[in-house]
Structures are given as structure tokens and as C-alpha cells.
Design a protein around this ligand. Structure first.
Ligand code: PXP
Length: 243
């Protein structure tokens, strides 16, 4: 089974636009869980322009599904928050300080020693670690050397090529990367720009996929289709004939 972790950052963006508490992000987490989400993903940033550190604390207290906190481990505030909240999973992204959005995976060879050290800190605290990587075989081998439990395959390029009509070309590097990850005993997550059009094909081709985290497209769909219905539609895409 592939788990759907719903990224709630866009709820927080909307709430922050007016300064009040509408929509209520904690309620959104409870509802997402009630509507079938297998997990909640939150991506706090130091300027708290969407999810705030206190949102993460409140949501962790109230949900019973898995919490995945993703973010930049070079930010001390992020490290402190994750170690305080102790989510089931932390996903480390290699953003520069102050970066707008994640747009590349780790260079797991160049940063091997740093990753080993930081991954060890989280694992010692009982937190499963996933690191964001591009679908490049050497980077997967490097990820295994870093001691991470899982990788999250960065799927923006897949989504772009898929949208341009090149499905097979789009998926090819991910199939190779996933095979390598499996050989090396790494769990496989995926995320970025996955949507109702490209998700099922990805899942069918990467049958070992453990989890996807989806935010932007899912929330856009929810504006038209409703939150509950949208979560169910995404879940259906993950129930391929190979599931
Ligand atoms: N995974 C990572 C590491 C991300 O940074 C993001 C975006 O916050 C996502 C997954 C989800 O991407 P999207 O919002 O395009 O679904």
C-alpha cells in the first residue's frame, strides 16, 4: 500500500493572508485524517510564512496518523522543532537558508558526512528519516551510505515530462532509481508536483512506493471538488492493479 500524506501548507498560506484563524489548520489536519489521509506533512520555514512552529506542535498533539515534518535541517530552529515534536518521520531537504521552495535533491556524495551526522541525531531520537533526492543512481547509493531510512524521490521533472506527453521518458529514471533503492534496502517516498493526472502512472511503475506527499495540486483540486472528495480521488489513484 502506498500512503497518502497530505501537505497542509497551503491551508496556512490562506489563513495567514487575513491574519485570523480561517481556515483552521489544526481542524484541516483532523479532517484530512477523517477523510482518509494516511498522514499529514508540514513544512515549517523560519519566517513562518505558511505553517507556523506552533501549528506543528498543535497538530502533532491531535492527530493519530503519521506526521511527516519536512524542511531544511541547516536551520537550527527546524532541528529544535523536530527534536521537540518527535514526528514519525522527518524529510530533509537541501535548501539554502531562506530558499523559497525546494527545487533539487541532496548531493549525497558531497554531503555524505554532514548527512550521516544529522541523520544519526534524528534516528537517535526515534524519528524515521527520509532525504529528498533526484532520481540519479549515484545519489541513491550515496543516500544508502548516509544511513537514511528512506529517500523521497523529487518528482518535478517527472511531472513536467508527463504533462508534455512523454510518459515513458518521464518515468524511466525513476524506475532505475527505485530499483537501486530497493537493492540497497531504502524505503521509497515521492513528492513534488504529483497530481490527479500523473499519480496513478507513477504508482503503477514504482510498485514499491511507500508514501507520496502532496500539497499544491491536491489543495487546488479541493477548491473545486471539496476536500473529502479530493482526498478520496487521490487515494483511488494509489490503488492501482498492482497495489
Ligand atoms: N516534498 C517536498 C520535499 C516538498 O518540498 C514539497 C513542497 O512543499 C512537496 C513534497 C509537495 O509538493 P507539492 O506541493 O507540489 O505537492
Amino acid at each position: 500500500m502506498t500512503k497518502l500524506s497530505v501537505n497542509l501548507n497551503k491551508f496556512a498560506t490562506l489563513r495567514n493572508a487575513r491574519g485570523g484563524n480561517n481556515p483552521d489548520v489544526v481542524k484541516a489536519a483532523i479532517d484530512a485524517q477523517r477523510f482518509g489521509a494516511d498522514g499529514i506533512t508540514l513544512h515549517p520555514r523560519p519566517d513562518e510564512r505558511h505553517i507556523r512552529y506552533d501549528d506543528v506542535r498543535e497538530i502533532k498533539k491531535i492527530i493519530t496518523t503519521e506526521l511527516n515534518i519536512e524542511g531544511n535541517c541547516r536551520e537550527q530552529k527546524f532541528m529544535d522543532l523536530v527534536l521537540e515534536v518527535k514526528p514519525e518521520q522527518v524529510t530533509l531537504v537541501p535548501d539554502a537558508i531562506g530558499q523559497l521552495t525546494s527545487d533539487h535533491g541532496w548531493d549525497t556524495i558531497k554531503h555524505k558526512n554532514y548527512l550521516k551526522e544529522i541523520i544519526g541525531v534524528f534516528q537517535k531520537a526515534g524519528i524515521r528519516v527520509s532525504i529528498f533526492v533526484d532520481p540519479i543512481e549515484e545519489m541513491i547509493t550515496g543516500a544508502a551510505d548516509s544511513g537514511t531510512n528512506r529517500i523521497e524521490l523529487y518528482t518535478e521533472n517527472y511531472a513536467k515530462l508527463f504533462a508534455a506527453g512523454n510518459k515513458e521518458q518521464a518515468i524511466a529514471p525513476y524506475i532505475i532509481a527505485a530499483k537501486k533503492a530497493q537493492e540497497l534496502n531504502l524505503g521509497i517516498n515521492a513528492g513534488h508536483d504529483l497530481d490527479l493526472h500523473n499519480l496513478q502512472f507513477f504508482k503503477e511503475k514504482i510498485s514499491t512506493l511507500l508514501e507520496v506527499s502532496i500539497g499544491h495540486a491536491l489543495i487546488c483540486n479541493a477548491l473545486y471538488l471539496g476536500f473529502e472528495n479530493t482526498i478520496q480521488l487521490y487515494k483511488r489513484q494509489l490503488k492501482s492493479i498492482y497495489a
